[in-house]
Write a protein that binds this ligand. Sequence first.
Ligand SMILES: Nc1ncnc2c1ncn2[C@@H]1O[C@H](COP(=O)(O)OP(=O)(O)OP(=O)(O)O)[C@@H](O)[C@H]1O
Ligand SMILES: [Mg+2]
Length: 683
Amino acid sequence: MGRIRILPDQVANQIAAGEVVDRPASVVKELLENALDAGASRIRVEVEAGGRRLIRIADDGCGMNRDDALLAFERHATSKLRTADDLLSIATLGFRGEALPSIASVARVTLETATGDDAAGTRIEIAGGKILHVDDAALPRGTTLAVADLFFNTPARRKFLRAESTELAHVTALVTHYALIHPEKHFELVSATHTIVSAPPVSRTAERIYQIFGKETLAQLLPVGAELRLTQGGLPEPPPWKKDPTEPARDPGALRITGFYSKPELQKLNRNSIYIFVNKRLIRDRLLMHAITEAYRNVIPPTSFPVVLLFLELPPEEVDVNVHPAKTEVRFRQSSQVHDFVRDSLRTALIKARPAAGFLAALDSAPAASPSLMPPAASPLPGSPDAQAPESDPADPCDAEPFALTPREPLPMPGKLAFGSEGFHAGGWEGEDRRAWGEAAAALFQPAELPSAGDCSCSPAAEASGSNPAAETAMVEAEQAAANLNQLGSLRPLGQLRESFILATGADGLWIIDQHVAHERVLFEKILRDRQVEQVMRQRLLMPMLVELKPAQMVVFATIAEELERNGFEVEPFGPQTLAVKAAPVGLEGAALERMLGEVIEQSSADSAEPEHNQDLTSLRTRIAASIACHSAIKVNTPLDPVRMEWLLLELGKTSHPTSCPHGRPIALLYSWKEIQRAFHRI
Ligand SMILES: Nc1ncnc2c1ncn2[C@@H]1O[C@H](COP(=O)(O)OP(=O)(O)OP(=O)(O)O)[C@@H](O)[C@H]1O
Ligand SMILES: [Mg+2]
């Protein structure tokens, strides 16, 4: 007798479950996707014990009749795909026909479903893949799936589950993601003790961000939108003899991105706050991650990450979603075009918006990057073993677990809000929007006492409006989102603060500019430009400068010598461990020159330990430019006359990123006219 046997369905399902379901969050993902594919407009997720004991998802989608409900638990049973050709252009989130049988094979599942037009709904109970009961039931239209005791029959897998709080954090991340991509739908996530996400339908993503993350996060985000028409399709054309000559040429369609990106002052420890959706599907993708990191290159430090919600839409034929069992990865058919489009759109948006950092925001955002985004109510209990767990190693961010979010300090839950119909506009807040925003913010906070203006009040406006300070703050922040650095060149310098910061006035208010980092940014961009066209200006030193190096540093120096030369250096060996610097870039001399060289060699030797980066010429160039700029820029404690201050502001205004220095520190802070008026109780 032969040794090969066909596995029983139950075993095959459990094997498939190993790929599709590894924790409560992956069950939630599959069931949420099913509900969305069923056209639900309201989805409620309940979890107990982080989803280990119970996950119940109720939707008001199309439901199933009795036959379909039974079929749904068979392997490869799907309503979403018919032929192999359909695989080339999948428009639904599911298509494999594997999720329900996989889940049912490792848990106790109860399905309740009704289409609304049949006489009765259906109730099915399954445990470990075995159907226990099938009954008629009076049910409203829609589907409810309860998944209890996940992995009850596979103890080995149950052992891999983490603490309840961690599992709950993952579930929350999932629900949050899907709520963000569908602001028009009603999402709820509740645990046994409290409501974690409550997001009634709103008309815009900005309002959804506000519902879920609160006003601070929204105030630090800017909208992006761009479209690129494709010139050709990504699928190969059929050969001429198979082509129908009467068929009109197909329009290859367009790439479109919308979404939000963070101002440079908002920095995260890892890439868990970068959410990427492709055709409304949440995915992780190294290519797009890279494009986003590239867009922020030299705007935030290489060890920090932005917050980005990226919604990419493209024709379904342009993206292969059938590359990963859990459908969390995709393959683009024209990948370099997609990568460059995302990088360039984001970078252009950053350059155009040039968001000015407000005083308060700059004070709040610690210089070090903060943990990733999370709905406030989802924090695990402080002190729980996993409280710090889901953060991944920032040193190797590519390996970050995609959906792991780090909890943060609990904040007040935004709760249910009603917004005006218009909401957020790309350019800022106007009329109705601002009112809606104010009302929403007012609803969010406990009514706070107005600061008493006393008898000497000279601001009738403040009394008449009876305004809520929290709402006002929200509005100020929203206004700041609109203020940008385009007017830097037209500011009027008033003088210096401690010979280190330039004070200047403009239409928007009072500005403080850090003279060192401002000059650093100007020089940095100039050096990169000059280097690009091989036009770096060098100056001969009167006397060659001798620099002592250790043997290992000599080796590193040899690898970067050519690039240094192209940046204006003329350096020759002068004995086995000594270099003679004969010329250097203009503006760099003496001790600063020596420090700069030491710094670049140091950074390059750290880098050479990581083989991937070793050959990266762009990052070497950037590093050299940043280092030259830093060491030749005007220092703090340096008096500047008005002409030099004006020159510096003008030059800073011309740079593409006047927002932050190459190391990510803010350059200019705006104390807005509104803030000033408010501080003096004039409005
Ligand atoms: N909430 C729901 N409402 C209506 N129909 C549903 C729902 N959930 C599942 N179904 C039906 O059951 C079928 C099987 O679901 P299942 O999730 O196993 O497979 P799928 O969604 O087709 O593909 P995938 O395995 O990729 O998720 C679906 O094709 C759909 O017709
Ligand atoms: Mg499915």
